[in-house]
Ligand binder design. Structure first.
Ligand code: FMN
Length: 212
């Protein structure tokens, strides 16, 4: 038997989820689950952003959620990065959050829209100096052939952050992800997992249960 089968997926104690009592809006339920996850997990606001590349092939990576409200889910990245270029060509995305300590998954499908330059710049300036250095270092996801070149670029970025604390790298962008569907999955040990999907309908949301 594969040794991978031995690992437990979820803790013994799982939270309950009553879809009948779920809020009318998915952002409200997401925020409630996020707050709950924050009491049990590191980085509950880390989520997987899936995009589609120029050949129609899916791509995915972890990003941090910056804001969630009735408008949607916000993330930030460089528009010059692979994912940024993919978003410019095809704004259709998915977000997937997974909180194993609570046996909860949320799947969002929607569209990403870049925020204004002012909002994106403000996002960047709120970041810690270390993460500003990281972004100002640039060349994200390019092939690194010489580690010394990275060290030089990091030093240059550190000098820049110290000399120009308001500097914003070209392309830094906040994206608002407007959801079309949001599905909440609550795992259960009896495998009768509880799934509730919200689908946008006019100005409101339609909800339906899904089979496990
Ligand atoms: C916990 C965690 C949080 C991350 N947060 C972000 C983020 O908010 N924005 C970002 O651009 N990359 C973030 N990254 C890095 C991305 O996963 C990815 O490596 C990078 O953005 C390059 O992706 P791309 O080549 O698809 O553009 C994070 C990675 C981890 C593991």
């Amino acid at each position: 038997m594969s040794p991978l089968r031995g690992w437990p997926s979820f803790p013994d104690e799982l939270p309950d989820f009553d879809p009948a009592g779920a809020p009318e809006r998915p952002d409200a339920l997401f925020l409630a689950w996020l707050a709950d996850a924050g009491e049990h997990a590191l980085a509950p606001h880390a989520t997987i952003l899936s995009t589609v590349d120029f050949d129609g092939v899916p791509d995915a990576r972890v990003v941090i959620l910056k804001e969630v409200d009735a408008a949607g889910w916000q993330v930030a990245t460089s528009a010059l990065s692979p994912k940024g270029r993919q978003l410019a060509a095809n704004p259709r995305v998915a977000l997937t959050s997974f909180w194993p300590q609570r046996a909860r998954q949320v799947r969002i499908r929607g569209t990403a829209t870049p925020a204004t330059d002012e909002i994106s710049a403000a996002d960047f300036r709120e970041r810690s100096p270390a993460s500003r250095v990281e972004s100002l270092t640039g060349n994200q996801s390019e092939v690194l052939t010489d580690a010394a070149e990275l060290a030089r670029a990091v030093r240059a970025a550190e000098h820049r952050v110290a000399a120009e604390p308001d500097a914003v790298p070209a392309g830094w962008t906040r994206y608002l992800i407007t959801a079309d569907t949001v599905e909440f999955w609550q795992g259960r040990h009896d495998r009768q997992h509880i799934r509730l999907r919200y689908t946008r309908q006019g100005t409101g949301w339609h909800t339906e249960r899904l089979w496990p």
